[in-house]
Design a protein around this ligand. Structure first.
Ligand code: LHQ
Length: 265
């Protein structure tokens, strides 16, 4: 299928994998209102297409994204628009929540610097893989702001409170290798390997039974907000659904027949 080119985002869908590329490279893919609108449009298309089994989010050029467009904020400030919380609630939160709620896992392929809200979106994806030369920066304090877009929730859970504090209180840059060592991201790969590695991972996940993949995503995400016994019950409920799915019958039959399963969905 041909790429769908929006103003600042390119959506490419092939073989059950949707790749969303932030495409404003001259401004390091900073999130202005056009990017926000294009991401909403891309998500509308992805949510409406049941053939999509995995989503990849990446950036064009040398950056993943430099976060909120500061030039647009400067203009808004001059016009007296000061409510950043409203901007978060209207633009960022729906985007972040829609990515989390998609049944298809979302893989961030972090090709370069990821800063501010964009770094939060990258580490909030289901799996985050970065190029060796990429970096992560939570520079909110450097622009006199507190952490947002989920940063204060995600960082302590991924890397612990001590390292989270260091990152948010300094706003300093963390290279991809350190990010991987700390568990901020799943993996670091050489620059030229980023898209091939992420696409291979996406194909691997897309080959799985999509019902089971969706249950796995929801269970792991949900576990962060529940106790152990609640998680056990959630797993059992998911297993009841999976066990009645024809794909489970096919997997068991294929195992007995010593062949690869052919999943229906
Ligand atoms: C940019 C940006 C940018 C516009 C580079 N905006 N143009 C969420 C919602 C609600 C409220 C507010 O906040 C938030 C959360 C946030 O995201 S706050 C954090 C916002 N981001 C930043 O503070 C990062 C700002 N950018 C930088 O510090 C640097 O650009 C980094 C370290 C990312 C990269 O540095 P360099 O590699 O030296 O590139 P550069 O600075 O030369 O940038 C290249 C161009 O991109 C340049 O444009 P120009 O026309 O001069 O060539 C920059 O102005 C533009 N650009 N970031 N966020």
């Amino acid at each position: 299928m041909a790429d769908i080119k929006l103003e600042t985002v390119v959506l490419a869908i092939a073989d059950g994998v949707a790749r969303v590329t932030l495409s404003r490279p001259d401004k390091l893919n900073a999130f202005d209102s056009a990017v926000q609108a294009d991401l909403r449009a891309a998500l509308d298309l992805i949510e409406a297409d049941p053939s999509i089994r995995v989503v990849i989010l990446t950036g064009a050029g040398r950056a993943f994204s430099a976060g909120q467009d500061l030039a647009e904020r400067r203009k808004a400030l001059a016009e007296g628009d000061l409510d950043l919380g409203a901007l978060l609630e209207v633009n960022y939160h729906p985007l972040i929540c829609r990515l989390a709620a998609l049944p298809a896992p979302v893989i961030a392929a972090v090709n370069g610097v990821a800063a501010g809200a964009a770094a939060a979106i990258a580490i909030g994806c289901d799996i985050t893989i970065a190029a060796r030369s990429a970096s992560f920066q939570f520079p909110f304090v450097k622009v006199a702001l507190g952490p947002d877009a989920g940063t204060s929730w995600l960082l302590p859970r991924l890397i612990g409170r001590q390292r989270a504090m260091m990152l948010v209180l300094t706003g300093g840059r963390t290279d991809a290798s350190t990010a991987a060592d700390w568990g901020l991201i799943a993996q670091v790969v050489e620059d030229a390997e980023l898209l091939p590695a992420v696409e291979a991972l996406a194909r691997d996940i897309a080959a799985g039974a999509s019902g089971a993949v969706a249950e796995a995503k929801a269970l792991v995400r949900g576990s962060l907000e529940t106790g152990f016994e609640v998680a056990l019950h959630a797993e059992a409920a998911a297993q009841s659904r999976c066990g009645r799915d024809p794909d489970y019958r096919e997997a068991i039959t294929a195992f007995a027949e010593k062949r690869a399963p052919k999943f229906a969905r």
